[in-house]
Design a protein around this ligand. Structure first.
Ligand SMILES: *Cc1c(COP(=O)(O)O)cnc(C)c1O
Length: 377
């Protein structure tokens, strides 16, 4: 049996039951289960607002767009983010004709507040922080920094479904303006593709609901469930997008949410087993080892001398590692920033993602540890 790096596990019968409800009701689009999921997510996380969308990528775009609109940012203004992320993160800045400035990462592979502060100019308007692997890193210091310099703070929480610090969801902290989650196929709370955008501010949330639905000021579900004869009547306030989520995905998400804490607890068990297996290997550096918080651990990363050789060795045992992520300043689109984040650049050449998911047995984890330790020495 081969071992994949990421592999979702679905509660299939329960998911089918909830999808069946949508099919029987004849409601598979926006509304119904999407509303239920938003309510369930707010309750689970403590976010005051939540809007269900079709991906984290579109959520990041909405976050940047709405903050730009509401705060009068100009084209060419700057947002600081990390080069160790999926390209959705910097793309969301460029979608809105803003300039992506990259700051270096710390030992958690999250933004380093010291370097962020150095990268602030009079054009800087916001920071997009990525909770890499589910960790919060120095987010608290970034919050303080944003307050000090009057910057908005966007949290790309694609890896962070279920992460808590002292029982609190970090995206709901005071000072985080908007948090975006991913429920993409291999994330901790998998659907097919979808996500959630959670603004701290009620007006921003209300604009977002229109912006994600072509700019229409009253969605079809609201019109269907409202009283009176003007159900069909709506106005269009913005040149919006079709970024909304649908009831079929929400049905799956609602079921998976019930198992998120159980699954994340299992992830922490696997991580503890890996940590123990690798801690004595002087050639291996564990990213964010012995992290104290209740972390979602979306991915497990090692820093090794020869990443390519280890990937190849693992493959001969039908164990498939991954790479999350290449330094984004190596991509043609972001090459202008090459050399601005030396630590990120160096570490990204040695990063390997080890298998971490619900299908892994303890025996398989031990086998992976054995193969790695036999090879890296
Ligand atoms: C997966 C991911 C995204 C994109 O999420 P989608 O829901 O697929 O759009 C963005 N940022 C990070 C850090 C991710 O891991």
């Amino acid at each position: 049996m081969s071992i994949q790096v990421l592999k979702p596990k679905f509660e299939i019968d329960e998911c089918l039951e909830k999808v069946r409800e949508c099919l029987e009701k004849g409601w598979t689009g926006m509304g119904f289960k999407t509303v239920e999921f938003e309510e369930a997510w707010k309750k689970y996380t403590g976010h005051p607002h939540a809007y269900y969308i079709n991906s984290d990528t579109v959520g990041l775009h909405l976050a940047v767009k709405i903050l730009k609109l509401q705060n009068g940012w100009q084209d060419g203004d700057e947002i600081i983010t990390t080069p160790i992320t999926f390209v959705s993160t910097p793309h969301s800045i460029l979608y809105e004709n803003l300039h992506a400035v990259f700051a270096d990462v710390d030992e958690y592979l999250c933004l380093d507040p010291v370097d962020v502060e150095k990268k602030i100019t009079n054009k800087t308007k916001a920071v997009i922080f990525v909770g890499y692997g589910g960790r919060v890193g120095r987010l608290e210091e970034i919050v303080a920094l944003c307050k000090k310099h009057g910057l908005k703070l966007i949290l790309d929480a694609a890896h962070m479904s279920g992460t808590r610090v002292n029982g609190v969801t970090p995206g709901a902290w005071d000072g985080v303006d908007v948090t975006v989650y991913s429920y993409q196929a291999v994330k901790n709370l998998p659907t097919g593709d979808s996500g959630m955008i959670c603004f701290a501010d009620a007006e921003n949330d209300s604009i977002c609901r229109k912006m994600a639905w072509l700019g229409i000021n009253k969605d079809t579900y609201a019109r269907t469930t409202s009283q009176g004869s003007y159900k069909w009547k709506y106005d269009v306030d913005y040149v919006g997008y079709k970024y909304n989520g649908n009831a079929i995905m929400a049905a799956i998400g609602l079921v998976q949410l019930n198992y998120l804490d159980r699954d994340n607890a299992r992830r922490r068990e696997i991580v503890a087993r890996y940590n123990k297996g690798f801690e004595k290997n002087a050639k291996i550096q564990i990213v964010g080892a012995n992290y104290p918080d209740e972390c979602s651990y979306h991915i497990y990363e090692l820093v090794v001398p020869d990443r390519e050789a280890l990937l190849a060795e693992l493959a001969t045992h039908e164990i498939y590692g991954g790479v999350h992520y290449r330094d984004n300043t190596e991509y043609s689109m972001y090459r202008y920033a090459q050399g601005t984040c030396p630590h990120a650049h160096k570490v990204s050449q040695h990063l390997i993602t080890m298998p971490l998911h619900m299908w892994l047995s303890d025996e398989e984890v031990d086998e992976i540890i054995r193969v790695v330790n036999n090879f890296v020495k």
